[in-house]
Design a protein around this ligand. Structure first.
Ligand code: ADP
Ligand code: MG
Length: 482
């Protein structure tokens, strides 16, 4: 079903294309040896090249090129063995060179696809138009001094990948799923850390609206949105604004807008600039970037397993598509799952990890790497169930204690006497006691009210503080009640 927004004149479809800037994970910048670490003191990671000193020459960083190629391969995209850097000219205080080195006419990566997964489990391919390498600009700080602005050039020259999608998305959910998937892919690849709150990934959100069956109408671009939730909100806010413009007889003008996260509306920033405004031309300081096919092949051969492949492998191991999806969202979660599942039944492990373990972890507010219960400890707990030391119900309590105290499950079971009772004598005694206390219900059961069986199981388990072996309790109870 197509997502639509209801206007005065009926339903409207929403069309979305994203341009994502992803900061390349690398030790050094795209054309200089300066460091790229986040959070360093202002202007402490700036070379003469990054500061735009006259006569400095850019030298391409091979690792940044490799990262772009890896990302292109992860997007199932065409790798261009010949690409070229262009100067995109504009003035801004945080751009000391007076131009940004980017790839305009000949990007390093061409068309590809990303498959997104939606809440109902369905999937949809989203086209990738291109990926190109470019430099980041510096940062102006306007809030440090009452009458002065400061400039921090640490980010100046850092390598960015601009990943442009086709206008293939049709709802805020699809835009969110696309960004989630893109972030997942670059994190698996190790080509971008995907930390949107540190600015490592930001999205320009292109939105237009139309009536069913129409071609595309004019779009607007909402700049620099820095979280997945805000992207989804920006799509909806901008679509609603455009619907109102059209319905009032106006025309949507192509322009660049900003999303006001506080008020949940977009506002105009500037009219849309065109390519010719930037006077692009090939950078005379850089020769064309020529890759060897063998080198690209070797990068391809050393790619890590990607999320789609890993998900398929988990389904082949017997997991439900949903569990496989959830467990592969983050590489760390998948690693945790595999550490527990390596010598155990995969489906049981998946149930515990996605169920009680995730619930407990969510209550702590911690990430899986900082979990107070590690993979080894969770594995020990599952082994205690498998070898019938404890039953599944008690195991849930043990897991909660593990999260609270950090103790190992074996120690908890011993110290608190939680071992499952498999001694039939003790089980019989508990059953006799329950039957004696509920003589009326025993009579009812025997006269045909069989659904009382569950009541007896509950009472016996309670009398045994939950430690009875469920199968044995059932079996002995059946005999005694007969
Ligand atoms: P530019 O280079 O001027 O920004 P592009 O053609 O490269 O323009 O498109 C930029 C982004 O806008 C792409 O992600 C594309 O998918 C998206 N886009 C293009 N047309 C539309 C449209 N009608 N509605 C929504 N998004 C669009
Ligand atoms: Mg653009």
């Amino acid at each position: 079903m197509t997502y639509t927004i209801e206007g005065r004149t009926g339903p409207w479809e929403v069309v979305i294309g994203l341009e994502v800037h992803a900061q390349v994970t690398s030790q050094a910048k795209l054309f200089s040896g300066a460091a790229t670490e986040f959070g360093a003191a202002p202007n402490s990671q700036v070379s003469f090249v990054d500061a735009g000193f006259p006569g400095m020459l850019p030298v391409i960083n091979q690792e940044c090129v490799a990262q772009a190629v890896r990302t292109g391969l992860g997007l199932k995209a065409e790798i261009h063995l010949w690409s070229r850097f262009d100067r995109k000219n504009y003035f801004y205080a945080d751009l000391p060179q007076g131009y940004q080195i980017s790839q305009f006419a000949h990007p390093i990566v061409g068309t590809g696809t990303v498959e997104i997964t939606l809440a109902d489990g369905s999937t949809k391919p989203i086209g990738i138009t291109r990926l190109h390498l470019e430099q980041d600009a510096g940062k102006s700080l306007h809030d440090q001094h009452p009458s002065k602005s400061f400039i921090d050039l640490n980010r100046s020259g850092v390598a960015l990948m601009e990943i442009v999608s086709e206008p293939d998305m049709r709802s805020p959910e699809e835009a969110g799923a696309y960004l989630t998937k893109l972030r997942q892919i670059v994190r698996y690849l190790g080509t971008c850390d995907g930390n949107m709150d540190e600015g490592s990934m930001r999205a320009d959100v292109n939105v237009s609206v139309r009536k069913a069956g129409e071609g595309f109408r004019t779009r607007c671009e909402v700049k620099n949105v820095n979280s997945i939730r805000f992207v989804m909100q920006a799509v909806e806010a901008e679509a609603r604004r455009q619907i109102e413009v059209w319905e009032e007889g106006g025309t949507v003008e192509q322009e660049t807008r900003l999303f006001d996260t506080g008020r949940g509306v977009t506002r105009s920033m500037r009219s849309k600039e065109d390519a010719h405004d930037y006077r692009y031309f090939p950078d005379p300081d850089l020769p064309p970037l020529v890759l060897e096919a063998d080198w690209v092949e070797s990068l391809k051969a050393s790619l890590p397993e990607l999320p789609d492949e890993r998900r398929a492998r988990y389904v082949a191991m017997g997991l439900s598509p949903y569990d496989a999806h959830v467990l592969t969202l983050e590489r760390e979660t998948a690693a945790f799952f595999e550490a527990v599942a390596s010598r155990r039944d995969a489906k049981t492990v998946a149930n515990w990890v996605t169920g009680d373990f995730f619930a407990a972890l969510n209550r702590t507010g911690l990430g899986i790497e900082e979990s107070p219960v590690g993979a080894e400890a969770l594995g020990e707990l599952l082994d205690l169930i498998a070898d019938k030391t404890i039953n599944g119900k008690i195991a849930k309590d043990v897991l909660a204690i593990m999260f609270e105290t950090g103790e190992r499950p074996g120690a908890i079971v011993d110290a608190r006497g939680l071992r499952q009772v498999v001694d039939t004598g003790a089980i019989e005694a508990a059953i006799d006691q329950v039957m004696a206390a509920n003589a009326d219900k025993v009579a009812e059961y025997r006269s045909g009210k069989e659904k009382l069986f569950g009541f007896f199981v509950g009472q016996v388990m309670k009398a045994m503080q939950g430690k009875g072996n469920p199968a044995l309790v059932n079996e002995v109870l059946k005999q005694k009640l007969a």
